[in-house]
Structures are given as structure tokens and as C-alpha cells.
Write a protein that binds this ligand. Sequence first.
Ligand code: PFF
Length: 525
Amino acid sequence: MATISQEERGTWNSKLGFVLAASGSAIGLGNIVFFASNAYQYGGGAFYLPYFVALFALGIPVMIVEFGLGASTRRALPQALSAVAGKRGEFVGWWSLSCALLITMYYIAILGWALGMMVGALGGLFEPGATAPFAPFLEPSAGVSSTVYFFDLIATYWPMLAVLVIWALNGMILIKGTATIEKAVRIFVPLMWLFMIGLIVLALTRDGGLDGVLYLFTPDFAGVSDPAVWKGAFAQMFFSLSLGLGTMTAYASYLPKRSDVVNNSLLVSFMNCGFEFLAGVAIFGLLFAFALNPVGGTLSLSFFVIPQGIAEFGALAKVLGFAFFFLMVVAGLTSSISLIEGPAAALRDKLGISRAAALAIVFVPGALGSLAYTLPTIVDPGLAANGTLGLSLLDMMDHWVFNYSLLTVGFLEVIFVGWVLGASKLRRAVNLHTRIPLGPWFDVVLKYVAPGLLGFVLIWSLIQEFGGGLYAAGNPLGGFDWLPVAVPLFWLIFTLGGAAYLTYGRPTPPPPSPFDTMSDDVSAL
Ligand code: PFF
């Protein structure tokens, strides 16, 4: 099987290009909407301690692992893990990427809705009188109602067109690999920061806006003994930093040989968390200024609660609403390209196929999946749960993939690198080219702290899961009451079957391990 040379794989043109691409991947819907809604759900200041533990004990170390694997092996995740832990490593790599594909499908569906709302901002979103074909909304709303507008939108076929537009934009950015990705992130990432700063200024100049910031920043340690808060913080951190889904390893595999992995990991992590806090300030500012309550979860925050706050800006609402959804679309786009690049890079490394062919293998099922998540069939007219078939599917799949795949992959990565390879080998490889050398404490984090924390929350989640009955089993689902069983089964069969087929059905030799060939003077580091 033809292996692809590094020249054909591509290399970032500059350090800035890589940092922008990796931070573009990290900064996305997770920062703009999921962080604020998690922070609110887990009690504002109570979220802090778990969040910072998640950043320093898990986020940064796992990012060093994922960057280090990619930069040292110059392969995407399955091949990089195969160099470290053989076939079982490759299997976990493919499992992670199959889960990434499932997440990409609904991530892009959400972007499709955001695109629909962005267009709507210029049309009827901020005008009174919206109706939706759901029982609670049959009467036209007297004032502006973003909730009614959103449910009207997702009950039509328009979002299907919008997801195809988002997939097409992804295709245009990905077609030439690092060259086109770099061009796109050079425009989009600065734009994201600019829009976010604009949003903050607006939120904080409203009466009451500062109270929201105080709520977010006043530490409160009451929730610290609740494992749910820790689990929430860990999952948020992994998702926000784009860890556990093969993305960061694929991006780092395009780094020049002598790149500083530690420095890059710190830069990307701090930029991501900095953006996340700015987004938190803007959103909490808006919520408190307009006494809005972000109950109901992450999607309701971005699609009903924030637009409802924006509507209060009167004449400015259209422009501001357009800007908010534009920000969501741009930030999401620079994340979705990385979600697609992970599996595409791995397929190229494995099968020796062209970039266009690898992208086609990801795009066809990916776009079909996104279409499924935007199915407008109304299954729950009383809106007791999720309303449409697409939204119900999304909610169920997100529950399983989001809660279990990222943290499980992270756990297995630190076990493979910490114990099978030996943490000190990765540390030495990374220390070869860094201005911030890692001390032996890093080995302790990889071998004990990170697997201990991740193992604890994973076991705790499983116990909760099975103690509480099957997720979504009681939801009204029209004639589709079999879905709560079918969705987790599909998740397991698709991801485990796909990983088994690619690992064992198409065996390839592992790439040479760069960690075994280091000269003696390196081990002195
Ligand atoms: N980090 C992205 C966000 O915060 O929205 C989402 C994401 C992208 C997660 C890529 C995982 C990934 F591999």
C-alpha cells in the first residue's frame, strides 16, 4: 500500500498558521454556548475549581500528548497510537474518529440552524407575530419570540439546505489541505475575536450587565463535592479543547519537525479558555441585563434565550442578531473543518488514497447524517421534549457520544502513552524541541492523576446512567418509540464495527516508532 510522503500530506506554512488552525478548532460552539450554559447549570462560581483542575490536570497534559503524538509520528491518530500501542492503539484511534464523524454530523446540523437564524435575523426573527406548527405556538406571538421562530424554522426543510451549504463550505476549505485551511483561519479566527469583543462591549454597557459577570466570577465552593459538576467540567474541557476526537493529532502531524509542542499546547489552551471566559462575560452580561433565565440546556441558550436578549436592543436587534449567529457559524466552521480533517487524514495515512477520495469517504455519510438531524417531521407537537424528529435524534446521539467517547478516548490515550509507551519517552521526545521542558511531574500526571480523574468520572457516569433508566425513553416520539434503544445501539455498532473493520479487516504494519530511535543523549533530558 502506497504510503503518502510528508510532502503530499502537507505542512503548515508557519507556526502562526498552525496555532490559528488549532485555536480555530478549539474555539467553537463549545466556547460560545456550551460553556455559559454549563457554568450556569453548575452554579456559576461553583464551576471554577473543577474547571481549572480540568484545564491543568487534564486539558493541557492531554493536548501535549495529542500534539506530541502527531508531531513525533507525523501520522493521524490511529497510526500514531498504533506506533505506541500496536493494534489495540489503532483500534482506539479509529473508534475515536468514528465518534468524531457522528459528532460532526450533528455539529453541522446545529450550524445549519444557526445559518437559518442568521438569515432570519434579517427577516422575521426580530419581528412580532411568529407562529410555529406546535401546540404551544399555534397562536401568533404578540411580541418577538425567538423560540417560536426557531421551532417554525426547524419544522421546515430549509435547514436541510443550510446543512448542505455548511458541508460545501467545509469542502472548499479542506480541499487543498493545510494550504486552504491556513488561508481560511487567517481570516476567520481574528474575525471571531473581533465579534466577541463587540458583543462584550454591548452586554456590559447595559444596566445590570455587570451583575452577570459578578455571578460568573464569584467563587462558590458549594458544588465541589458533587461528582456531576466534575463530570460536567471535564467533558466541557475536552470538547472545548477539541480533545479525544483525533483532531489535534491530525493537525500536529502537519507540523515541521522541530516544533515546540509544549509552547503550542499552552498557547492554544490559554487562547481557548480566554475566549471561553470572554464569551461567558458577554452571555452572562446579556442574561442578567434582561433578567433571562437560561434553563433548558445548551441549544435553548443559543437559539431562544440569547436572541430574546438581543431583541431588547430594538432598532439594533437585526444587526446584532445577525452578528451573533454569524459568529456562531464562523467559529463552528473552523471547528468542523478540524473534525473532518481528523478522519480524512487517517484514511489517507491508512489507505494511501488521494485527499479528494478521503474527503469523499467522510463527506457522503457525514452529510447524510446531518440531513437526518434536520428532519422536520413533528413527533412531539406538545413540545414536552424536543419537537421534531431531527432534534430528538440529535439529543439522543449527543447524550451517548458526547458523554462517553471523548473522556474514554482521553483515558485510553493517557494509559497507552503513560503505561504502554512509558510517559518519560513522550516527555523526552517533546523536550527535544521545547523552550519549556517538562519535568518528571508530567509522568506522574499522565500515569496517575489524569487516568485517576477520568476513570472516576467515567465509572460514576455509568453507574448514574444505568441507575436512571434508558435515556429519553419517556419522551414523546410519535411512532418512533424504538429510537432510545436504536440510537445507542447504532452508536456502538457503527463505531466499534468501523474501528474493527479498519484495524483488523484491513491490517497494515504500524509506522516506525519515533520514540524507540532516540539517541542516548536525548534520554538525558
Ligand atoms: N472545540 C470545538 C468547540 O468548542 O466547539 C468542538 C470540537 C471540535 C470538538 C473538534 C472536538 C473536535 F475534535
